[in-house]
Design a protein around this ligand. Sequence first.
Ligand code: ADP
Ligand code: MG
Length: 492
Amino acid sequence: MSKLVQGYEVVIGFETHAQLSTKSKIFSRASVAFGAEPNTQACAVDMALPGTLPVMNIGAVERAIEFGLAINAHIAERSIFARKNYFYPDLPKGYQISQFEIPVVQGGEVSFFLEVGKETVRKTVRLERAHLEEDAGKSLHEDSSLGASIGDGRGQSGIDLNRAGTPLLEIVTQPDMRSSEEAVAYAKELHKIVTWIGICDGNMQEGSFRCDANVSVRKPGGQLGTRREIKNLNSFKFMQQAIDYEVRWQIDQIEDGHTIQQATVLFDPDTGETRAMRTKEDAADYRYFPDPDLPPLVIGRDWVERVKGEMAELPRVMGERFVKEYALPEYDATQLTQSKAVAAYFEATAKACGQPKLASNWIMGEVSRRLNASELDIEQAPVSAAQLAALIGRISDNTISNNAARQVFEGLWNKEGEVDAIIEAKGLKQMNDTGELEKIIDEVLAANPKNVEEFKAGNAKALNGLVGPIMKASKGKANPGQVNALLMKKLG
Ligand code: ADP
Ligand code: MG
């Protein structure tokens, strides 16, 4: 199913850092709240003062368990924390506490739908692992917006250790993606999962969900090419642009006879280009070894079972339920489980009107179109689920046509009142009185003898020339089905 670019197959694997939504840090009690003055949320452990010891935050472990359950992974009964050694000013210990050989979450998969041409296909990306680790601090350079907080900031760099020790779950995929579209769809699905189960707030601008895309190209069927890793993609739009640029760049290099060097690159949104930051270290360069300050992380089956029992229905499970319970196509079910709020809005509408497929059509159509246009979330929709249900009720009991329903919806959106009041005020009630309609039809038939003749001679299209004027004479209130039936009766 992979789409070739200039005869090359694209191979992508993702490493995502999801910041876990705990109140305090992974190994200390300092707060992780975003946006505080530099170094006001760094305690002795975060500053690596001699003699301090890390203490595992159970909340972070519990969130890792929840993630593992959500993606059908194996949750290790015993996993190990390791020291990843490197020097950088924002890392006062000289090592990051991470997991290396035995991560807490192993395997699992993420699947999602993807539009390929006119078709909707299901894609599954296998996960390699997800491990717990701590974030590093931040260097603030002179031009940084935070410069003022570290003196006048000119010609200086400062270190802010507020972020040091923030709990992260690093989620690593197999190299299973074959296009930038698949990569973005995967990232969106992963984002949906972590925010749905509430282990991460998903705020990409604030860095709570950061993706690194490993990209390589190869001739189809050949060995995996050498990858370059695009770091810290913090918007879905940049993700797509960065990967597309990187793919073209690698192909150009190879076509020009160069070989790709493994490297870490950054995407510059201003130029739309990726640029090498450093050549990539190997695992060996980090001299990983088990951290003697932390015992192995032991997770008993009873703990996993308890967490499982307390977890809300997962999007995938809810989607399957929507298919069974409401007889929705799989595609609809997936769209409606994009967020808990959308799913709740759908269920409330479907239950109130008893027409799940119509409810789905309206939510995926008119409702989401208007939400997008006004950049609102469904929680802020001016039309409530009860109102939408009432509107659908008036379509199915033939009070109004679909066309009129759109006008009523607009009225609801603009807070003009309740459904029946708007139908009344706008005079949108469908003409269900056959006598009145027959009178209009007779007049139109009398005024258009040519169409009548052509239709009788076998030209089915001539009917359109009659329906139009009838609808117009009824001011759009005639029921199109009824118009057709009456016309056939009179002309047949
Ligand atoms: P490292 O040890 O450098 O972190 P890994 O083998 O763990 O490397 O892989 C990191 C990420 O890169 C994974 O998501 C993996 O799927 C992806 N990856 C590995 N090899 C390739 C490749 N040749 N092309 C694209 N992605 C790759
Ligand atoms: Mg790795």
